[in-house]
Design a protein around this ligand. Sequence first.
Ligand code: ADP
Ligand code: ZN
Ligand code: ZN
Length: 834
Amino acid sequence: MSDFGRFDATRSPERPDANSTPPKSEIRNPKSLFCDVSLPVPLDQAFTYALPETLRHRVAPGCRVLAPFGTRRLTGVVLRTHDDPPEMEAREVLRLIDAQPVLDEELLALGKWIGAYYCAPLGEVLRGMLPLASEIRRGKIYSLTDAGRDATRQLLLDAAAEDPVAQVLRALESRPLSAAYLAKKLPLADKAIKSLEKRGFIFPEQVEEDRDPLRAPSERLRVELAGERPEVKMSKPERELVAFLELHPGTHNLKDLESAVRSASAAARSLGRKKVVILKREPMAISGVYAARTPHALNPPQQEAFAQIRDTIVSRQFRTFLLHGVTGSGKTEVYLSAIDTVLAAGRGALLLVPEIALTPAMAAQFFARFGDRVAILHSAFTDNERAEQWRKIRSGGAGVAVGTRSGVFAPVRNLGLIVVDEEHDQSYKQEETPRYNGRDVAIVRAKAAGACVVLGSATPSLESRYNAGRGKYTLLELPDRVEARPMPQVELIDMRVEFLETRRQATFSRRLLEAISFRLENGEQTMLLLNRRGFSSSVACRACGERVGCVNCSLSLTYHRRDRRMLCHYCNYAEKVPSRCPKCQSEHIYFLGMGSEKVEEELHRELPKARIARLDRDTVSGKRHYESILQNFREGHYDILVGTQMIAKGHDIPNVTLVGVISADIGLGMPDFRAAERTFQILTQMSGRAGRGNLPGVVLIQTISPDHYAVRLAGRQDYQAFYERELEFRRAMRYPPFSAMANLLVRSEKQEVAMRLSGELGQFLTPPPEQLKIMGPAEAPVPRLKNEYRYQFLIKAANRTVLNELLHRVRHYALDRKWGATALVIDVDPVTLM
Ligand code: ADP
Ligand code: ZN
Ligand code: ZN
């Protein structure tokens, strides 16, 4: 492929026909002298910059520019262009980064809403909305400016043909060219380019360099026969590859071809150079053929739910549905039908899924159904890949975008539908500034776009279910599993009774071990959940009771046996297991509690023949690895999968007939008003993994608190009863959804500073405005984290406007007093209070 071809590929997105954006040379924005730029700094205002002559009609709201800020250069987003000179002399914008706005009006407005609602600086919000992490990208494209175009004719008349200036101008007259291309074709042009740039005749634009696809690893390449094939000499492997491709038309993953054709990879690359085959990068890190599955015919409850969604889509209304469907009820099929409807109406769709659920296997399902029309935004992708997907969405080349939390900002055109799968999932909440909740932002975005929202879950959050109850959302229910498959049969095992009867402090009850052995004999599979990784939960001294803690956090370290070290799960601090107690020098060190690593080991001892895999953050190094463990389990290479909550979500493995929960109690003791809700959710989701095929499933939950309502009602799989019970607790305590909540955190590496600042803030907040209840300052539940001391104010508000006003006042209070950039954290609608 020539430089030219590559350049074209980056400039005009995949489908020129679907791309209604005019070529860059035709874009003319009104000429403006100044622009207001939002920079990623923790300040509220935008900054005014002067526009150099060459940029005056190119810069539009939503474009990124590089601008001087103090001694730094920062990338910011243009909010507006205008001719009003600022009071102080404005510095000049250094460079325009995007020829077309990266944020359209709709997304700019959404960014402003997020800044206001979550009390976050706009510049930081906008930066978080863009997919291109690399601030300045390599690679330049040159084009003629107006002045350059005017001057060209005269210059060309005057100049000799071989004059580098003339050569550059002549080349650029027909179209913009990459710096790489110019350097290659016109080796002497370097100086000419510089001088033309200085005179404002040509204009460089930063674009992403598209790497030579021939150099990508095989699993990242797809290959197909070229339409017109040149007559070339071919080696034997090359002939074999061509023969194979002729027999199997279509595109193939290169890595997968290697098993079918000898030396396929080398042959394909050399044929690619000879233009006999076309090599393209995989749209994402997926290998294999996308087995297109015929859609299921919707069953009556699915049909009923879908009909309401369809009517909303067709009538182009904004409306939010809560699709409450038990595990295995076929929610996905409803989403897919809704997306079909939206596409048929010529509009776009956005599907959000929890972080852990967006695996290549799941993405492959979407490719199978929507082919080229789907783009996947995945954090495991390289910047280049993400940028490519993003451009495909913006150009209209992909009408369906699938992504995790930040996917809510995908520039889907003419948005008609947003689906939020597993809407209760915590990963929708971003735990750094801006601390937005992707689900809630989705609703705001849809409202502005006149689009339909579908929130789906087997265990809806209390907030969403409450909204459905009072008519703010429309409730759709799928009460049964598809094809009359029974719900799993859930049994609680009281571990206190087990102890009394066996006089043993065992990890596995007799009932659970029996059930696992039975599955082994029958060739069926088991999943075991333990919500804690590592080997033991902590290391302690028998003599003085000291627990070995993290040096940066007020938390104990977890013992990881395989690496022979203790690890902090919050800051990753690690140290060797001491041979003596650090406090009293006693040698009587012992290990408390248990983690997934220990469960795996004990299981090996109890069932030596079982093939056991473990899935937690220690065994999984990357997304691919995670997927390969799951894939191997799915294919039956293991009998038992042990894991943390990573295994609780969404996986559909038909041969799993037993699900065991080692301890239901781990999360219940958390100092968080959502502890019961979380426990109920994870137990229900986990139970949902059992019996998804034709064999019925059994769920065994070990617990020492079988009477706790979250455990008891999860055992009965009674969401409705849990919801009503939990709602009463929230109402009595004035927790959400009966109040709006915010968490203010004051942090400092020095304890006395954290204490003083929080004390002063406490004064500032006294007396609290009406309709607000402020608890604090108090030590946070984790008083020291990542080397910072933390004090907390919890605010409950009867009125959101009053809360929002107060939070903005607090932010300005901290800004005025020049608190350090990280000293104050404002978390609106917090999901964790640690
Ligand atoms: P959920 O997300 O509600 O837990 P899924 O959407 O994963 O459930 O569906 C569970 C299984 O049922 C999947 O294997 C899916 O292919 C299948 N399924 C969905 N709808 C139907 C249907 N109408 N008829 C038959 N099978 C279906
Ligand atoms: Zn000791
Ligand atoms: Zn730590």
